[in-house]
Design a protein around this ligand. Structure first.
Ligand code: 3EB
Length: 330
C-alpha cells in the first residue's frame, strides 16, 4: 500500500475524538449537558464554578464576548478530585488538571517536576493512560537569562517529572506564558485508553532534538497527535520556527504566514487534506495585545470561517510574536 497520498482511514472500532468547540454560554448551564468532559473559561472575568471539569485558564481573551471551550464525548462522565488534581473520565477518555503555586513548591523547575509527577502518576493508574495532549500555562515565561529563563527551567522540570513515562514518545503540547499571578502553573491533559499516533513536521527539527542553544533540556513535545480513531488531529503550539531557528524576527505578518505554512505541512505529514474548516477550532496566542486586530484580520482572510480564539499569551521564545494550536477534524 502506498502511503502519503490518501487520507488515513478513520478506524470505526477506535474511540471517537471528543468534540471540541467554542460556545457563548455559562459553566453552570453547560456542565449539565450530557457528555461534557471539560469546560474552560479564559481570563480573570471567567465565571467561578465548583466542578472538577471547570477550569479557568489564566490567559486573557482578546475577543469579546469570550466563549467557553467545551470538550464533549458520547458517553457518561464522572469526575472528582485527588489532592491538587482534578479529573473527569468517561468513554475511555480522561481529563486531568493541576494548578500549583511555585512559591509553595520551590520555584518553576521543582513545580513543573511536581506537576508532571502528579499527572503521570494519576494517568498511569487509570485505564486511560495514553496521554495524547498537554497544555501548560506559566507566568513570566521569558523572564531570566540563558538557561535560567523561566521557560527553560520549566522544560528542565517537565522532563524530570515525566521520568520514563513518555519513553515511547512525547504528547502533543503547548507551553504559553500568562499574565495572571506570575507564580501560578496550570497544566492539563487529555488521555485515552487507546494510543494516538505522533506526527512531526518535516519543516521543523523535532523539539526534543533542538540543539543546546535553546536550553539544557530540549522541549518534551510532539508537533501533533492523531487521535486513536484518526478522526482528529491535536495540533501542538505552532510558530514561525523553521529547522530549529525562529524566522522573521519583528515581522508579525511574516511570522503568521510561516506559522500557517507550518500548520499545512503538519496536516500533510499527518496525511490529512489541506485546509481548516468551520468545525476545527484553533487558538491564536498573541504576545502584544496591540497586534490582536492585525492577527484577527489576517486569520479571517487566510482561514475564513475557522473558529479562532485570540488569547493574550507569551510564546516561549521572546522573538516569537504569535503561535497557533488547535484541532483538525477529519
Ligand atoms: C516551538 O516550536 C515553539 O514547550 O511544550 C511550541 C509548542 C513550543 C509546545 C512546549 C513549545 C512547546 O518550539 C514553542
Amino acid at each position: 500500500m502506498i502511503h502519503g497520498c490518501e487520507s488515513p482511514q478513520i478506524d470505526p472500532l477506535a474511540r471517537r475524538a471528543p468534540h471540541v468547540s467554542y460556545r457563548l454560554t455559562e459553566p453552570a448551564a453547560v456542565l449539565q449537558e450530557a457528555g461534557i468532559l471539560a469546560a474552560f473559561g479564559f481570563g480573570a472575568g471567567a465565571a467561578q464554578h465548583d466542578d472538577p471539569r471547570w477550569l479557568r485558564v489564566a490567559l486573557e481573551s482578546l475577543d469579546t464576548p469570550t466563549p467557553l471551550e467545551l470538550w464533549q464525548i458520547d458517553a457518561d462522565v464522572h469526575c472528582g478530585r485527588n489532592g491538587a488534581l482534578r479529573w473527569s473520565a468517561g468513554g475511555g477518555w480522561l481529563f486531568a488538571a493541576i494548578e500549583l503555586d511555585e512559591r509553595a513548591h520551590g520555584g518553576p523547575r521543582a513545580t513543573a517536576k511536581l506537576a508532571y509527577e502528579e499527572l503521570h502518576r494519576f494517568a498511569a493508574a487509570h485505564s486511560a493512560h495514553h496521554v495524547l495532549r498537554v497544555w501548560n500555562y506559566l507566568g513570566m515565561i521569558n523572564h531570566g537569562e540563558g538557561d535560567e529563563e523561566r521557560y527553560k527551567q520549566f522544560c528542565d522540570g517537565r522532563a524530570a517529572g515525566m521520568g520514563s513515562f513518555f519513553a515511547d514518545g512525547f504528547p502533543a503540547a503547548s507551553a504559553i506564558g500568562h499574565h495572571a499571578d506570575g507564580h501560578q502553573l496550570q497544566v492539563y491533559l487529555l488521555a485515552c485508553d487507546q494510543p494516538g499516533r505522533r506526527v512531526e513536521n518535516p519543516r521543523q527539527v523535532s523539539a526534543w532534538r533542538y540543539p543546546r542553544q535553546y536550553g539544557r533540556t530540549p522541549p518534551s513535545f510532539a508537533r501533533a497527535m492523531s487521535l486513536p480513531a484518526h478522526d482528529a488531529l491535536a495540533i501542538s503550539g505552532t510558530a514561525a520556527v523553521v529547522g530549529h531557528a525562529s524566522a522573521h524576527r519583528d515581522d508579525l505578518d511574516a511570522q503568521l504566514e510561516e506559522t500557517l505554512t507550518n500548520l499545512e505541512a503538519l496536516l500533510a505529514s499527518a496525511d490529512i487534506a489541506a485546509g481548516f474548516d468551520t468545525h476545527s477550532p484553533l487558538k491564536a496566542y498573541v504576545r502584544h495585545p496591540t497586534d490582536a486586530a492585525r492577527v484577527r484580520a489576517l486569520l479571517r482572510q487566510r482561514l475564513p470561517g475557522v473558529p479562532v480564539l485570540l488569547l493574550h499569551g507569551d510564546i516561549c521564545r521572546s522573538e516569537l510574536l504569535v503561535e497557533i494550536d488547535g484541532w483538525r477534524y477529519a
